[in-house]
Design a protein around this ligand. Structure first.
Ligand code: NAD
Length: 266
């Protein structure tokens, strides 16, 4: 493949939550399109596995253990990526945590704070430090992972819903702040995606939450969730990376501040 010009040849993409389902699937797509990759996640062993899963792609790949809740760590990581790969053109700001499932009156304080720390403060730290670098270059394309939980508040998910509404707001603000510097900022909002860790976890925990909205039987919860989707199936993780690639590419050159649902029609 060496010497072949691919759509993202010469571009460097930073992917956060890169060892998770959506992050890794998207990293694979960006590598297939020729982008060099900086993979960021919490866990070194999972990152090494993710890098091994990208073997065979003729692109540069670096891995970075970093907790996005720590602004100083994120700044250091961004500096390291720039010194190792030269620049950051694309950001997939995707690390996230779902939190506990409980009605708002019982929602655990510690978990509420943790979800907001990761999904809002963490996403902000990445946006701030990568955005600062992109401003100096006068170029950048950013995709934030929000959720349909940030469009319609889901039951039993006070922290997650609040955090993803915040992510949509952050996308709109950053799109305006960064537009003068040739930096576009958009969001994606997946709904029920599976199979995978988040699907299994939410089916099980919605059943345990025992609310009027879902059965207490996880199999029935899965049927109820699928029944609420006009397309009557959950989305596959592999239906996400193409949308991210579109938002990073020049095919979306007049789009910024947009939140695209990936939701089967919800
Ligand atoms: P996942 O759990 O497989 O991946 C999330 C990754 O984020 C993990 O690898 C985790 O280690 C990393 N992460 C968590 N906290 C971190 C921190 N403090 N610093 C650095 N990395 C951290 O989940 P996923 O399904 O791949 O989710 C990716 C994103 O998509 C999340 O933002 C999630 O909220 C969002 N989302 C997922 C779904 C779904 O159904 N899977 C639906 C809507 C939105």
């Amino acid at each position: 493949m060496s010497g072949v010009h691919l759509p993202f040849s010469g571009k460097v993409a930073l992917v956060t939550g890169a060892a998770g389902n959506i992050g890794l699937a998207t990293a694979k797509r960006l590598a297939t399109m020729g982008a060099d990759l900086a993979l960021l996640d919490l866990d070194q062993a999972k990152l090494e596995q993710a890098r091994a899963g990208l073997d065979g792609h003729d692109v540069r790949i670096t891995i970075h253990t970093c907790d996005v809740t720590d602004s100083a760590q994120v700044k250091q990581c961004v500096d390291t990526v720039v010194s190792e790969l030269g620049q950051i053109d694309f950001l997939f700001n995707n690390a996230g945590y779902q939190g506990a499932f409980a009605p708002v009156q019982d929602y655990p304080d510690a978990d509420f704070a943790r979800v907001l720390q990761i999904n809002v403060c963490g996403a902000f730290h990445v946006l701030k430090h990568v955005g600062g670098h992109m401003v100096t270059r006068g170029f950048g394309r950013i995709v934030n992972t929000a959720s349909m939980a940030g469009v319609q508040g889901p039951p039993n998910m006070a922290a997650y819903g609040a955090s993803k509404f915040a992510m949509v707001g952050l996308t709109e603000v950053a799109a305006k702040d960064l537009a003068p510097y040739n930096i576009r900022v958009n969001a994606i909002s997946p709904a029920f995606m599976g199979p995978g860790f988040m699907w299994d976890r939410q089916v099980e925990l919605q059943a345990k939450a025992g609310s009027q909205y879902f059965s207490t039987n996880p199999e029935e919860v899965a049927r109820q969730m699928i029944g609420s989707i006009p397309m009557r199936r959950y989305g596959n993780i592999d239906e996400i990376p193409g949308v991210v690639a579109f938002l990073l590419s020049d095919d979306s050159s007049y789009m910024t501040g947009v939140n695209l649902p990936i939701s089967g029609g919800i």
